[in-house]
Design a protein around this ligand. Structure first.
Ligand code: FAD
Length: 435
């Protein structure tokens, strides 16, 4: 556990009091803040960046997320924003193309995954939240300290553009992602699991007569995936864990060559890759916290459990945590008292689905990816992927995860005081004093 912090010595520009302070406007923090503010609960959402622009993040909006958006009355407007729908994933095999995932038969209003840049989704959700007078978003707010009294977290201190600020709150939520500052400040140590891969991301031009959707191909010692993004392909180049240095040392020309070897149609466009700066690398990690809460503090999303990007679970489980937290915390927050038992209930509800899916992904990665990423072994599809039960279960798991959350009935009703959404009251500031 963290040591009791001494009072901050920083001169503080502003002090605000709220009911819930959410740190991190990623998918978990943004959706939770929206849902609480919609119930009239005062929320301050603090985000360290000045905008939502983030390249190559989880941007697969699974049927489970779209159902939640529908329950909140947001799905129609969300799906008016540019996005790509995907209901099948095909991989070429020596015996011809093989459909490895098919969502089209699922019993849901949304039998597909919507691909949309995460930045667009976050701007949309926080824009909708700004319709509620109880919501306030502060961009450029780097949270660096917890305010603690008698072992109870009472809020945070953040550094903005004009200096230090304090937000005191009945409850603080850490939704600050895989490098969570709050989990470090709270003294929580994650349990890590070894991952077999790292991922390079880049874009290549897409031609009008190119195929559509998402594809995956196995190369020699790598896997190449491509996702349709308007006039571009977002390409995912998966390599064995720790081999990035070798890829870099071999040089850009070798990388371009290997891309063309796996996807010959890219021969006329790999020349667009001229600099390693165009090719960020994600060191794939997966971990989980044994405990997600302390008095006055709860961690959700990647801050509580970093998921492997395989299967697009990161964003899905982050949003499901947010829905569970909103469902279980609305009443205690409205009543002005959140107990440790309330927080423990959220971990109990969300921990086991997270652990099961992490274990399943680890198993699949071990059986599939390790062999595919070893250039010395010849890769064949494991036969169990063709078993009828497995073919049925995988789309379900991909679409809904384990224990999908739903917005509780009373929260689905449009609040009677719902403001005119065409005249949102701006409640956004940029790391500056708002008081
Ligand atoms: C390169 C990359 C590719 C990915 N690809 C996929 C994918 O294909 N599929 C998939 O499902 N998942 C993917 N993920 C993971 C996915 O993006 C995350 O699981 C998901 O975004 C988690 O949501 P979150 O809200 O918990 O955290 P995040 O999305 O990480 O949001 C945390 C937010 O907190 C803010 N923050 C951090 N520290 C502070 C602080 N001290 N003060 C204030 N704000 C702070 C951050 O700026 C950020 O906005 C990828 C992640 C990365 C990094």
């Amino acid at each position: 556990m963290a040591q009791e912090l001494l009072p901050s010595t920083h001169p503080v520009k502003s002090r605000e009091q709220t009911t819930c302070c959410v740190v991190g406007a990623g998918p978990a923090g943004a959706v939770l803040s929206f849902m609480l503010a919609r119930q009239g609960i005062p929320v301050i959402l603090l985000e360290s960046h000045l905008d939502f622009d983030r390249d190559f993040r989880g941007d697969t909006f699974h049927p489970s997320i779209l159902e939640v958006m529908d329950e909140l009355g947001l799905a129609d407007r969300l799906l008016q924003l540019p996005h790509t729908k995907l209901s099948q994933v095909t991989v070429p095999t020596p015996t011809g193309p093989r459909v490895v995932l098919d969502l089209s038969h699922l019993k849901t209003k949304f039998p597909y995954t919507a691909f949309m840049p995460q930045s667009r989704f976050l701007a949309f959700i926080t824009g909708e939240a700004q319709c509620f007078p109880s919501f306030q978003l502060v961009m450029g707010a780097h949270v660096e300290e917890l305010i603690e009294e008698g072992g109870h977290v009472r809020g945070v201190r953040y550094r903005g553009r004009d200096g230090w600020h304090e937000v005191r709150a009945l409850l603080t939520i850490g939704a600050d992602g895989r490098f969570s500052r709050l989990r470090r400040l709270a003294g929580f140590e994650p349990i890590k699991s070894l991952q077999p891969m790292d991922v390079l991301w880049f874009r290549l031009p897409r031609k009008p007569d190119d195929p559509r959707g998402l594809m995956g191909r196995f190369g020699r010692g790598h896997i190449l995936g491509q996702i349709e993004r308007g006039e571009q392909w977002q390409v995912i180049y998966i390599i064995a864990k720790g081999s990035y240095r070798q890829v870099r040392a071999a040089g850009l020309e070798a990388l371009r060559h290997s891309i063309v070897e796996t996807a010959p149609e890219f021969a006329d466009r790999v020349g667009a890759l001229t600099d390693w700066q165009q090719i960020p690398v994600l060191s794939v990690e997966a971990d989980r916290l044994p405990r997600w809460y302390r008095p006055g503090l709860l961690l959700i999303g990647d801050a509580a459990h970093v998921m492997s990007p395989a299967g697009g679970n990161g964003i899905n489980y982050a949003i499901m945590d947010a829905v569970a937290a909103a469902n279980l915390l609305t009443a205690p927050l409205q009543a002005g008292e959140v107990t440790v038992a309330d927080l423990a209930r959220i971990q109990r509800r969300r921990e086991w689905p997270t652990r099961i899916i992490q274990a399943m992904v680890n198993l699949l990665q071990d059986r599939l990816l390790k062999a595919a990423l070893d250039p010395t072994s010849s890769f064949t599809f494991p036969s169990f992927l063709g078993w009828p039960l497995v073919r049925k279960v995988i789309p379900q798991l991909f679409a809904f995860g384990i224990r999908p959350e739903h917005v509780q009935q009373q929260a689905r009703r449009r609040p009677t005081w719902f403001p005119n959404r065409h005249q949102p009251k701006p409640r956004i500031s940029f790391g500056l004093s708002t008081s």
